[in-house]
Ligand binder design. Sequence first.
Ligand code: SF4
Length: 279
Amino acid sequence: MKEPKLSPTPSNVYSFSRVKCFDQCPLRYRYRYLQGLKEAFRSIESHLGSKVHDILEWLYAERERGSEPDEAAMLERFADRWATGKDDSIAIVRVDDDEADYLQLGREMLCQFYGDTFARDRSLTLSLEQRLSVRLSNSIVFTGFADRVGRTEQGRLFVIDYKTSKTEGNGAEFSEGLQAPLYAACVLEQFDEEEALAGYHYLRHGTTRWQRVDRVRARQLMDRFLDLANEVEASGEFPARPGILCAWCGFNADCPAADVPDRFSGGLRLAQRESRRLF
Ligand code: SF4
């Protein structure tokens, strides 16, 4: 089966994910962003992250509507979202795992979040899944989606990004250094304020890490992102960079450089089994 082509991403629109993809593997970047090819599978980790995000958004949206969903209602909705959002393109990359493990992990993350954070959270929600966009130069626009923008009980503006990753960030640019702080920089522009907090909440760990972004830092972040986007834009070569992420790359059945260990070959097998050839 030939996968349909997506449209290539407009050349001047750069998200954090786009620049990160180039950093991880320029060939994957070329396939996805320049050729507009659709990956043959989505990992179950990605499905889990997406469904957990849906539920967090729903919890805060319900609160804004004046209702206070209980934990049982949250779990019921999660089970429903999990099932309805699943299709045959979702792969369990780690071959020793099964779907029930991930469903259970999602339940555990949500219950921990509900008890430790949501139930006590008195902050105000200003927006959920807010699209942010800032022109950085004549030719480059930064765009992204902030999971939640709000104000603390003390009135401080914040942006928070929810992470379902196994490990917490380490402060490096493509880990914690840029994404949420850039979103905070965009929000500063929008609200015309002097500073905002940028946070990452790690759902598997139940931890939140905050950074303060003032106007000076916001300018530095925008300049740095512009440099990175210009480097990508100017690049004329897209070498393969094989590594552990090949197992989670939906081009691995077609990429000549793919390096996928057997124990992480669930996505590769799905792509081969379903003959999801891309080119
Ligand atoms: S399979 Fe590996 S080397 Fe090939 S495009 Fe994907 S990440 Fe890059």
